[in-house]
Design a protein around this ligand. Structure first.
Ligand SMILES: Nc1nc(Cl)c2ncn([C@@H]3O[C@H](CO)[C@@H](O)[C@H]3O)c2n1
Length: 234
């Protein structure tokens, strides 16, 4: 058992999907996995292990923001031997053609968080996804005819920004979308020599003002998760 995850050694698979919402972790586990067990309910940040097409997969809620996901990812990597981590989340589109319901694969993740500024004091580290995971996901998305984008995303610490000009600058430099976790995930995966990727469904577009309805979010979330499961078990 680690400080925030009540799993015994061996209860967590080497491959872990990481939704922010623990109830989505439960939904993923119960919808797609067989022989599901719940290995942790600490702080209601639920974690499950099951099998997908015979392969062990775990699903762990991470909460919102880089400090929260960092706690779970650090413990999964340092104490449970996780090797492949895929964040499945939502994001806000920053370019007009990153439309609601599209999928965004973050090759890299810029950030306004002080976490990496302190960690890499003096230079700007570039948190980067694992290419083999990106390639596998894109192959599945292509085969499924899904609308997807691959590029840089932005992991902010501030959901309610009071600096709209920052968003405009990100758009000006081609950043696809904003979310709140990927930069920390990529940095920790690199630290522990693991593979990581973040894929998000576009829940709203900050340029056009379009927003998805609740059931649209559920549908595109399901498509994103199915492609992620196929990509990691390919
Ligand atoms: N800053 C921010 N902005 C927009 Cl437009 C978002 N759309 C989805 N998220 C994700 O959803 C949660 C915030 O609602 C966070 O976990 C974040 O990763 C967003 N986070």
């Amino acid at each position: 058992m680690s400080t925030h995850i009540a799993a015994a050694s061996g209860e967590i698979a080497e491959t872990v999907l990481l939704p922010g919402d623990p109830l989505r972790a439960e939904w993923i586990a119960k919808t797609y996995l067989d022989d599901v067990t719940c290995y942790s309910q600490v702080r209601n940040m639920l974690g499950f292990t099951g099998t997908y097409r015979g392969e062990r997969i775990s699903v762990q809620g991470t909460g919102m923001g880089q400090p929260s996901i960092s706690i779970y990812v650090h413990e999964l990597l340092a104490e449970y031997g996780a090797k492949t981590l895929v964040r499945v989340g939502s994001c806000g589109g920053l370019l007009a053609d990153v439309a609601i319901r599209d999928l965004v694969v973050g090759i890299s993740a810029a950030t306004d968080s002080s976490m990496n500024a302190l960690r890499f004091e003096g230079f700007h580290y570039a948190p980067t996804a694992d290419f083999s995971l990106v390639r596998a996901y894109v192959e599945k998305a292509e085969a499924a005819g899904a609308r997807y984008h691959v590029g840089q995303i932005f992991s902010t610490d501030v959901f309610y920004h009071d600096r709209p000009e920052l968003r405009d600058r990100l758009t000006q430099y081609g950043v696809l979308a904003v979310e709140m976790e990927a930069a920390a995930l990529y940095t920790l995966a690199a630290k522990f020599d693991a593979r990581a990727m973040a894929v998000c469904t576009v829940s709203d577009n900050l340029v056009t003002g379009e927003e998805t309805s609740a059931d649209e979010r559920e549908r595109t979330f399901a498509e994103m998760v199915e492609l992620a499961l196929d990509a990691v078990s390919a």
